[in-house]
Design a protein around this ligand. Structure first.
Ligand code: T46
Length: 135
């Protein structure tokens, strides 16, 4: 399983840094939604689901956190701590987010609007779903 991480261009000068993200240029899809999580409490693990039809880029724009990715057969752990790095999370990928630092802000750019019906929240259902699709 290949983990795809983007390193965004940093526009730095004596004033500091700036990162600009444009759809279909820096981000490989049209951005339909942006959300972010912060004030995540110690020991909290979020996610525990996959999406049937959703691409996302996760950017930890402040602090750090870890992401577990699972495609139904393989698992990979990714550490996010750089505001200029984005983790690509495709459809059919189980994800869990954990080990958030106190100051973590996790920004997510998504290819579709919020749709609860797109979520697979049961792990066994997810595994069965991806196996069936592969056949
Ligand atoms: C994902 C990971 C990385 C909305 O109303 N609109 C939204 O766009 C989102 C994302 C959430 N919500 C509501 C639904 C829940 O009542 O916000 C609440 C928390 O959402 P959820 O428990 O799904 O959050 P996470 O952190 O488990 O998962 C989120 C995304 O839902 C998910 O798509 O890939 O972040």
């Amino acid at each position: 399983m290949q983990v795809v991480k983007y390193t965004f261009q940093q526009h730095g000068d004596e004033r500091g840094q700036l990162v600009a993200l444009e759809e279909l240029k820096d981000i490989p899809f049209e951005i339909k939604r942006v959300y972010y999580m912060y004030d995540t409490q110690e020991g909290v693990r979020r996610g525990y689901h996959a999406h049937r039809n959703l691409e996302q880029i996760l950017v930890c724009i402040h602090g750090s956190c870890k992401i577990l990715l699972d495609n139904g057969t393989e698992r990979k752990k990714v550490f996010l701590e750089k505001p200029y790095e984005g983790l690509y999370v495709p459809s059919d990928m189980w994800r869990e987010m954990y080990d958030f630092s106190d100051d973590a802000v996790l920004l997510v750019l998504a290819s579709a609007c919020y749709n609860e019906e797109d979520y697979i929240r049961d792990y066994q259902e997810f595994v069965d779903y991806v196996r069936k699709k592969k056949k």
